[in-house]
Design a protein around this ligand. Structure first.
Ligand SMILES: *Cc1c(COP(=O)(O)O)cnc(C)c1O
Length: 380
């Protein structure tokens, strides 16, 4: 094999991985879909094929597992793919308890995909523990918690609901997207599964869609891993790279965002045009005491407000803001505002005078001045 390879062969060989001994500080993006086997047939680092696993994905999964204090984490191509995989572990006839103000697309997923497949569900006000207990049926296999919830910022008592679930052998899932592991670690207080839309605070810059699941139980973990690999809703290496980069500044970003959110909530609460501010960090929030116990380092960076005015006026106020773009989604470094009802559609339970606010890392003085100005408009 002394002969120089021909043009075509050289073009392939010379452009393959040449720097395997280098130690770059920023992780390279591993686009390779496949990995070379050793002579004995084994694979290094269990890397076989990129739908099964990928170095960038491994980094994200390991990081999020540790941040959530869980044994296993699985990354998905979106938060909804992660949700989907949890429902796919259930069987026909199973009954699920969902929060009455659950993230809207999850309810739609139930109605349009999983109900036709034989799952049943009831919507329950999760702040009412008696209502949760009363909703349990012999076939109930899963209770879903979203706390703080979207868009009403309701706080559920995760420890108490997990206990109710555990007593009846029911799985308890927490959508921890809004709190992030900086403010809340549900697995530590009894939850079985934590789900995240990493599109939001993990990514942090509104440029990547992703989701993940964290859990401790080995058997359930194997089921989720199978669904991840076989259904194939896996995140791309670049998406994982962006999420890993986002995780590096997660703590800095969200603590600043939460600090801004609290100040903005306090300002808005005292404004004459505001009927109500939903923010768990305010003493006026009806589950403030639970929030204080359950959340650490702050109360998150999401709030919603009810305007003293009709739908049109509410919408108009949101468009007057300079530093809050009117856009859906949340969790990025930039502040956003959204008239939630018009996004969710007419059958949405969200009040028509509600605006949802995702607070960014801008200077708080500018953010408050922006609202001061927008609220100058005349309402009825
Ligand atoms: C965005 C979001 C989801 C869905 O995640 P995607 O990444 O958009 O698929 C689920 N739950 C909550 C609370 C969210 O904010």
């Amino acid at each position: 094999m002394k002969a120089k390879p021909k043009f075509e062969t050289f073009a392939i060989k010379s452009t393959q991985n040449q720097f395997s001994n280098a130690e770059p500080i920023s992780t390279p993006i591993y686009l390779s879909t496949t990995y070379k086997r050793n002579n004995d047939g084994s694979y290094n680092n269990d890397l076989v094929y990129s739908r099964n696993d990928n170095p960038n994905r491994k980094i994200v999964e390991h990081s999020i597992a540790v941040l959530e204090n869980g044994n296993h984490a699985y990354a998905f191509s979106s938060g909804m793919a992660a949700v989907n995989s949890i429902f796919q572990t259930l069987k026909t006839g199973d009954h699920i308890i969902l929060p009455d103000d659950i993230y809207y697309a999850i309810k739609k997923l139930m109605d349009q995909v999983f109900e036709p497949w034989g799952l049943k569900y009831d919507l329950v006000d999760m702040t009412d523990l008696i209502a949760v207990e009363n909703a349990i049926k012999p076939a109930t296999s899963l209770i879903w918690i979203e706390s703080p919830s979207n868009p009403q910022l309701k706080i559920s008592n995760i420890a108490a609901i997990s206990k109710i679930a555990k007593n009846k052998n029911i799985l308890c899932v927490v959508d921890n997207t809004w709190a992030t592991p900086v403010f809340q670690n549900p697995l530590e207080i009894g939850a079985d599964i934590v789900m995240h839309s990493s599109t939001k605070y993990f990514g942090g810059h509104s440029d990547v869609i992703g989701g993940c699941i964290v859990l401790n139980d080995n058997n359930l973990a194997e089921k989720i891993k199978n669904i991840q690999v076989l259904s194939g809703a896996v995140p791309s290496p670049f998406d994982c790279w962006l999420i890993a980069r986002g995780i590096q500044t997660l703590h800095l970003r969200v603590t600043k965002q939460a600090e801004n959110a609290l100040k903005l909530a306090q300002y808005l609460e005292n404004h004459s045009k505001i009927e109500k501010v939903n923010y768990p960090g305010l003493a006026s929030h009806s589950q403030h005491l639970i929030a204080k116990k359950q959340l650490k380092n702050g109360f998150g960076a999401m709030l919603s407000i009810l305007i003293k005015g009709n739908e049109k006026e509410t919408f108009e106020i949101s468009t007057k803001l300079k530093y809050f773009a009117t856009a859906t989604s949340l969790g990025g470094v930039e502040s956003l505002v959204e008239h939630r009802k018009s996004v969710e559609g007419n059958d949405s339970p969200t009040p028509s005078n509600l605006l949802r606010i995702s607070v960014g890392i801008e200077h708080i003085d500018d953010l408050i001045a922006d609202w001061e100005n927008a609220l100058l408009i005349d309402t009825i």
